[in-house]
Design a protein. Structure first.
Length: 167
């Protein structure tokens, strides 16, 4: 009977020790979080200072680009001919056209388009991706998996997660 009491005392002591260590982990995690917040605030401040310092240059780039674009548009045929790009001493300027597919109304969604394409049999406009369903394979027997060169591997990962709100 004394061994059982001693065993329970030992387990209680182990629990108390683990609980105390979790408290320390929580304190260290709070300090890590505080340091990260300080770091992010510092980065935000540095970005604001850099943006202010670069403002003049950004405006000059935008203004220069607008001037070049206006010239290119005004004399496009003479400058470019049939080409899309004009090579100059300090770089290139050019035009690129792109076509985007857009939903015609706010009520239309890509899911509705897909349903309509499937309903009307326009499978040429439907992309079907094939991939292995691993969730299904996890339910198979080891011998069935072996037929496809597969095995199940179970790993156990330990975690210690202090209750940050309580501590």
């Amino acid at each position: 009977m004394t061994a059982d009491i001693e065993g329970r005392d030992y387990c209680q002591a182990q629990r108390e020790e683990m609980n105390a260590v979790l408290g320390l982990i929580a304190a260290h995690q709070r300090e890590i979080d505080r340091i990260e917040v300080e770091l992010n605030e510092g980065i935000d401040n540095l970005k604001a200072v850099a943006a202010q310092a670069a403002r003049f240059h950004l405006e000059a780039v935008e203004e220069g680009t607008a001037r070049i674009k206006a010239t290119a548009l005004a004399d496009r045929k003479e400058l470019f001919g049939e080409s899309k790009t004009l090579s100059l001493t300090h770089g290139e300027v050019g035009f690129r056209a792109s076509t985007a597919l857009c939903l015609a109304t706010k009520k239309q969604t890509w899911d509705k388009v897909l349903d309509e394409l499937l309903t009307t049999g326009r499978l040429d406009a439907v992309r079907i991706s094939k991939e292995v369903n691993k969730d299904v394979l996890k339910t198979w027997t080891p011998s069935a998996l072996a037929n496809y060169g597969l095995t199940l591997k179970t790993t156990e990962k330990f975690f210690a997660k202090p209750d940050m709100e309580r501590l």
